[in-house]
Structure formats: structure tokens, C-alpha cells
Design a protein around this ligand. Structure first.
Ligand code: SF4
Length: 433
């Protein structure tokens, strides 16, 4: 009887890729993936702990699984990801119907855990057993490739160094082998991943992120190369040069700023000031004038004043971000920011968040509107989910485009699309070449 598994994934691209690795390993062991947890023999919750809300989601989900487990004793439940790493054995005390707890460092060792050798695996083994040939990639056109795990920074609000450990970069040649294998399997868009992706250093040759970026861009048939998440303090000249000199490296850079106030950035231990950040933006723009940026912002950090927040608003206006990911500060267990006093009053933080989103909506409308009448290179992903008579794809700056064109167009093709309409977050158009 074929065993079945279900994976629920929360959080960032790193978690998505970990779930792809888990899925690939389980399929290799004869398991079949199901899309409904009630049909599964094994349920994996791949969790996120970046904010309190995401952590609470895990325990309410586990509450629902309790009855399922009571009804089916052979059902196995595993908690993976950052909440597993953060809470460890405590999860088994709080939810004794959970069978095992496995942190991000042990994704490559799921077989030991399924064999019952370990019930709580939250160490960071030297050998991460990263078997890229078994990664179960959901997209026919895109492959995500981890190049560095963990983070050596210590931003005072962030739980990642606790849940993902110290930085471990993969050997340069391993990454290139994985990229070539992905391209051979038909993927033409590569996304390099890491918590601080541009802190990459090859553990064998010492080559840096800029060198790796250039080498991946030169792999035959890589139509588009993206990467995230970059840290502003790690933006090097070699990184900028690699982006400038390779047209297939996306003209869209995610560069989290978190705050526009140097005083708040110091309290966050972000390792750069407002001026340093804006100087970095200017350096990149000088080399690549058409570049678009996206960012992350935290509002309501302990001690944030109205003046500090005004600094964030003015920086947003100065840079003009294509995309914004903004959240209210969420106190995380064991993080230094807990000692910096109470968060800003919740109503004040909500009001600031809304002002930020309103500002960004206005900018976004103008930005997308500026594309009307232009012909943009679009990487085709396939038929549009909303309207199968249309095709869908993404621009170089990651904007979704739904457009009319030859329905037999192969996913992974790069087409010129004349933009006719700008909608809330997407564009509409017609294929021209
Ligand atoms: S750079 Fe800072 S915010 Fe990003 S993962 Fe590391 S500690 Fe967290």
C-alpha cells in the first residue's frame, strides 16, 4: 500500500524550497503526495516564526490535527521549519500527538527521522545532505536554488539567526551543478536564495557573491536570474558589476531597509545608516539606471517616534519602490529588541502602516501606469489562471502580465508584450514578437 504525505508550508522562499526538498525525498522513498491532509498518512507542517501570528497559526493547526490523530493512530505528524527549531521538545509537551520535530538544518536527514532514530532534530549538522537532484520543483519554468543557509547578522528584532543558525555557504561548483541540472530539466528562470544571499562566500575557493552571480548568469539557457534576500551592508562592487554586465540578471532588487531613521536602524543593529542605504541605492542606480527596487519595512519598533516614521516615509518617496512588504513590529522570543522597551502603541503602529501602504499604492499606480504603450520582455509561465484564453508571465521587475498571444507558446519562452492596461498589481497586453 503506497503511503501518502501532505505538506503545509508557511513563510519565506527558503521554507518553500525546504518543502520541495522534503517532497522530493519522500517521493524517492515511494510516498505519494496528496493535496488534502485528511488523505495523508504523514502530515508535515513546515512552519514560520518571523511574527507571533505565524507561530500561533501552527498551534491552532496542531489543535485541529489532534482529533484526526485520535481517529487514526497510524497517522504521523511532523513539525518542521522555524517554530520547530525555536520550540524544539516543548512542542511534544504542548502537543503530545506530534510524532517528531525537525528544524531547517535537518531537511536533508528526513529519512533518519522517518526511521524513528530521532524524535527531536534541531541541531545544525555539518553535512546538510543537500540532494538537488531530488528537489520536487512545482514550476516548469523556474528553479529556486539555495546558495547560503543561516545568518551571521544580529538584527535585534529577528529570530532567524536562532532558527536557521550561522551562515553556511554551498561550494561554488555544487551550485553551478544544480543550476545546470535545473536548466537541463527545462527551467529557464533561476532564483538564488539565502537569508543574506549576498553574504555568500564559497567555502572552497573563497569566491564571492558577485563571482557566483556572473557564473550562473553565463550558464547556457538561463533566460532570467533573480536572487533574494540581499542585505544592504553586503552590496559589493563585484555584485553590482555582475548585475550590470549580464542582461539576464533581473533589473529588480529586493533590498530590505526596515526603517528610514538612522536612530531606529542603530537600535535594530542593521549595520547601515539612512545615508549609507541611500548611497547604496545611488551606486546601483548609477550602474543600472533601469533597476527597480522592493523592500521590507517594520513600523512600530520600540521607541519609534513620529519623526523617525517621517524619515521612513521620506525615504520611501526618495527611492520609489516597485513593491513593499511592511509589517508592525512583532516581539520574538529571545531577541535583543525585547530589552528595548514596549512596542509603539498598536493603534499608532496600525495608522503608520496604513499611511505607508497608501503612499506605496500611489507610487505603484504611477509606476505600472508608466508601462502603458511600452513593449516589455515577458517570461511566459503558461495559460492565465483567471482567463485560460490569455497567457501569463512576468516582467523583468517581477510584475505579472496577462496577455493575448499564440496559445501554443511554450512556457519558458521570452516574448515582447505591448502593455495596454495597468491594473491594481498586474498588467494586461498583447504579444508582439
Ligand atoms: S539580516 Fe537581519 S533580518 Fe535578515 S535574517 Fe539576518 S538577522 Fe534576520
Amino acid at each position: 500500500m503506497t503511503k501518502t504525505f501532505f505538506i503545509e508550508t508557511w513563510g519565506c522562499q527558503m521554507n518553500d524550497l525546504d518543502s520541495q526538498r522534503l517532497s522530493g525525498s519522500l517521493k524517492l522513498r515511494g510516498y505519494q503526495r496528496v493535496e488534502n491532509e485528511s488523505a495523508a498518512d504523514l502530515i508535515l507542517l513546515n512552519t514560520c516564526s518571523i511574527r507571533d501570528k505565524s507561530e500561533q497559526k501552527v498551534f491552532s493547526h496542531l489543535g485541529r490535527l489532534r482529533e484526526m490523530k485520535a481517529a487514526r493512530e497510524d497517522l504521523r505528524i511532523g513539525v518542521c521549519g522555524c517554530v520547530a527549531q525555536q520550540e524544539g521538545e516543548a512542542i511534544l509537551h504542548r502537543a503530545p500527538w506530534v510524532d517528531f520535530v525537525m528544524g531547517p538544518g535537518n531537511v536533508g536527514h528526513i529519512d533518519q527521522i522517518l526511521a524513528g532514530e530521532r524524535r527531536v532534530a534541531i541541531d545544525f549538522p555539518e553535512d546538510r545532505n543537500y540532494d538537488y537532484l531530488t528537489v520536487d520543483r512545482p514550476s516548469a519554468t523556474k528553479a529556486q536554488v539555495t546558495i547560503i543557509e543561516g545568518c551571521n547578522k544580529n538584527c535585534t528584532f529577528c529570530i532567524v539567526p536562532t532558527t536557521r543558525g550561522r551562515e553556511v555557504s554551498r561550494p561554488f561548483d555544487d551550485v553551478l551543478r544544480e543550476v545546470r541540472a535545473a536548466v537541463d530539466s527545462g527551467r529557464v528562470e533561476i532564483e538564488l536564495l539565502g537569508q543574506t544571499v549576498n553574504a555568500y562566500r564559497c567555502p572552497v575557493s573563497g569566491r564571492d557573491f558577485g563571482a557566483l552571480l556572473g557564473a550562473v548568469a553565463e550558464v547556457d539557457r538561463v533566460a532570467r536570474l533573480r536572487f533574494m534576500t540581499s542585505h544592504p551592508a553586503e552590496v559589493s562592487d563585484s555584485m553590482i558589476a555582475a548585475m550590470r554586465d549580464h542582461e539576464n540578471i533581473s533589473r529588480y532588487l529586493h533590498l530590505p531597509v526596515q526603517s528610514g531613521s538612522s536612530r531606529v536602524l542603530r537600535r535594530m543593529k542593521r549595520l547601515y545608516t539612512r545615508e549609507h542605504y541611500l548611497d547604496t541605492i545611488a551606486r546601483i542606480r548609477a550602474a543600472i539606471p533601469e533597476i527597480q527596487f522592493s523592500t521590507d519595512v517594520i513600523v512600530g519598533f520600540p521607541g519609534e517616534t513620529e519623526e523617525d516614521f517621517e524619515q521612513t516615509i521620506s525615504l520611501m518617496t526618495e527611492v520609489g519602490y516597485g513593491s513593499l512588504f511592511a509589517f508592525k513590529y512583532s516581539p520574538r522570543p529571545g531577541t535583543p529588541a525585547l530589552k528595548l522597551g514596549a512596542p509603539v502603541d498598536d493603534d499608532v503602529a496600525s495608522e503608520r502602516l496604513n499611511r505607508l501602504f497608501d503612499l506605496h499604492e500611489q507610487f505603484k499606480r504611477e509606476h505600472l501606469g508608466s508601462y502603458r504603450g511600452r513593449i516589455l520582455p515577458v517570461l511566459v509561465e503558461g495559460p492565465s489562471k483567471h482567463d485560460p484564453s490569455m497567457l501569463t508571465g512576468r516582467t523583468d521587475d517581477n510584475v505579472v502580465v496577462n496577455f493575448s498571444g499564440d496559445p501554443s507558446t511554450r512556457p519558458g519562452s521570452m516574448l515582447g508584450v505591448r502593455i495596454e492596461q495597468a491594473q491594481h498589481h498586474t498588467l494586461r497586453g498583447e504579444a508582439v514578437a
